[in-house]
Design a protein around this ligand. Sequence first.
Ligand code: ARG
Length: 480
Amino acid sequence: MVKTSKNSGPSDKPLENDTNANDIWGGRFDGGPAEIMLKINASIDFDRRLFAQDINASKAHAIMLASTGIISQNDSDDIVMGLDTIFKEIKKGEFNFSQKLEDIHMNVESRLGELIGSAAGRLHTARSRNDQVATDLRLWVREEIDKLDDSLKSLQSVLIDRAEDHASTVMPGFTHLQTAQPVTLGHHLLAYVEMLGRDRGRLSDCRDRLNESPLGAAALGGTSFPIDRYMTAKELGFSRPMANSIDAVSDRDFVLEYLSIAAILGVHMSRFAEEIVLWCSVQFSYVHLSDSFSTGSSIMPQKRNPDAAELVRAKVGNIIGALNTLLVVMKGLPLAYSKDMQEDKLPVFTVTDTLNLCLAALIGMVGEMDFDKDRMQADAISGHAMATDLADWFVKDLNMPFRDAHHVTGLLVRLAEEKNVELNQLSLDEMQSISPGITNEIYKALRVTDAVSSRSSFGGTAPKMVLAAVLEARKRYLNI
Ligand code: ARG
């Protein structure tokens, strides 16, 4: 029988202090906790985000307890029905979370007692909050990894589409942020597709490794009840139960690994965001960001600021900080569970929210970036970006050793600089004053479109290679 809830109202309303601590801990305690103790101890303000995982894991546990004969089928059925009701209450915002009940596990269990009476007390048989929280968090991170994989795939997809549009758009490639060689914009964008591909690979490795069930490890040493850990593991979609019960409750590698991957992904997002900021500047002017992703200035009417890109760049700082936070929390902890580990959740939640926000912003921006092809191409020619092509011409057409070609080209660059012209603006006479063997053919090597087309080695920047890479990337990353 489901009793009517005395708790109703939105889930974000203030916490009620309606339970005495000694109601929870039983006979061991005479007095309740100090106000400040409640405050420092409670995690319900943030771990309520685990409610769905907590309820699912409890249902799997209750079903297993009945199937192994540890509790009756009736009690198990009542527990499962009560948990389903609680799920709906929380979903509808009709659940009153209590700070005195400390965390999501005890909030759910206490409400279960209100709903189904004494059978609720049997749910915690052969279980501890230590294995419970480890199970919930693994389930939560696993689900978020799957969602992140979808978002990363979407970002790859828009980047691949843009790369296809710009397979032959020429731009300067940079090293040391100095003009290096002309490349194609499509090739540059596909570099990010590869980085994101590795991020997805890392997330998938992390998912495989974390997909073991801590449930049944109990407090740390296992239990004397004849539980079936394989059954709960299977029910929750885990590959197997964790092999060591002490490890099961004390391990937070899976969170650290997730945060490390998030930090690397964050660095990729931030590098891209930084390029967007640079490209939007008046000095570069490679990109026009749509109004939907730009902001104005309250004092300088001419300004169009790439705030979204700047904020992606900045927010990645929080992600890196979160990884550092948890590394520092964990580094001094002896086995097995310590309450310090309760602090693992905030970094995980913050990082996940930040990743989702930044990915959505990047997907939006990439879709609406308007590239100024003429400006990029003009820039690709300036700054003697063709010098390597020139040196290669000496090697190919005049059979010069590359080191000599490099030297001669250096002399030509110096001459062009003295005359304040680009290399292709030097006359044949001027060129021959440096190296008499030079012929008119040299001007062909100085055509920027020929220069990029010639770099057709595997993984190179030539438009035809970029188009092939686009098809390959669609197959490899998008399964199309
Ligand atoms: N709220 C706790 C956490 O997140 C649950 C585990 C508490 N275990 C305990 N032995 N006090 O870590």
